[in-house]
Design a binder for this molecule. Structure first.
Ligand code: AP5
Length: 221
């Protein structure tokens, strides 16, 4: 099964993608995580991407499309994948269609995680990430058992460089200007499912899995 998680920053795409990847046994691909790893390793791509990420802007399409195209050639995507953070605009969506065409596969479901602005701000300002395994926490909603330490691997927990108020504002603007248009793009293709993302994380996984279960037979055709 091939899934796209679409939604504003902080709507819970990463949290849902990790849970769905486990439940459906398919690969989670987060372009944000790949880019942050490139930045951490000071690669040429990371050096180019850092300034865009830190100011809440999209990394140029050509760089991200090339990166995603290479990732989709990986041996771990045969059973399907969950895209989290890609596509971010119409150009990326069209590029994805072109990447998938020669592979003779299509996107089965696009879940639009529809979260309200106060919820988004609360989630992003309290988010913390494990620097070692990438687990996602929240100081109030999903706190680690020991402050500053990851429950899963004992790694150090940090705040993302783009989770500060000014950058959050920019990311929301960019989302509305560039990414929100994808809701119509996938609605027209009849692949879009609207999910109320203000609910707690467990409910959301349940809502999404119900839809994937009902679509499963169709996706195997
Ligand atoms: P990216 O990493 O993709 O960030 P984003 O889309 O802004 O989304 P976030 O990761 O901020 O939020 P999320 O929806 O995953 O929420 P999460 O699950 O963490 O991109 C970062 C940057 O990289 C971009 O700005 C851009 O520069 C660049 N980039 C990436 N992809 C690109 C592309 N395709 N093209 C160009 N540039 C690209 O949850 C948030 C918090 O809420 C957490 O603390 C979590 O614990 C909590 N939470 C989650 N769900 C719930 C819930 N249901 N109830 C209560 N709390 C919850």
């Amino acid at each position: 099964m091939r899934i796209i998680l679409l939604g504003p920053p902080g709507s819970g795409k990463g949290t849902q993608a990790k849970a769905l990847s486990k439940a459906l046994n398919i690969t989670h691909i987060s372009t944000g995580d790949i880019l942050r790893e490139e930045v951490k390793n000071n690669t040429p791509l990371g050096l180019q991407a850092k300034k865009y990420i830190d100011s809440g802007l999209l990394v140029p399409d050509d760089l991200v499309i090339r990166m995603l195209g290479a990732r989709l050639n990986g041996p771990d995507i045969k059973e399907g994948f969950i895209l989290d953070g890609f596509p971010r605009n119409i150009m990326q969506a069209e590029a994805l269609d072109e990447i998938l065409k020669p592979k003779k596969v299509e996107i089965d479901n696009v879940f639009y995680l529809d979260a309200s602005e106060p919820v988004i701000i609360q989630r992003l300002s309290g988010r913390r990430i494990c620097s070692n395994c990438g687990a996602i926490f929240h100081i109030k909603n999903m706190p680690p058992k020991v402050e500053g330490t990851c429950d899963k691997c004992n790694g150090n927990i940090y705040q993302r460089s783009d989770d500060y108020p000014e950058t959050i504002k920019n990311r929301l603007k960019v989302y509305l200007k560039e990414t929100a248009a994808l809701i119509d793009y996938y609605k027209k293709q009849k692949r879009l499912h609207n999910i109320n993302a203000d609910k707690d994380a467990q409910h959301l996984v349940g809502d999404i899995l119900k839809i994937t279960a009902s679509k499963h037979d169709h996706s195997q055709v």
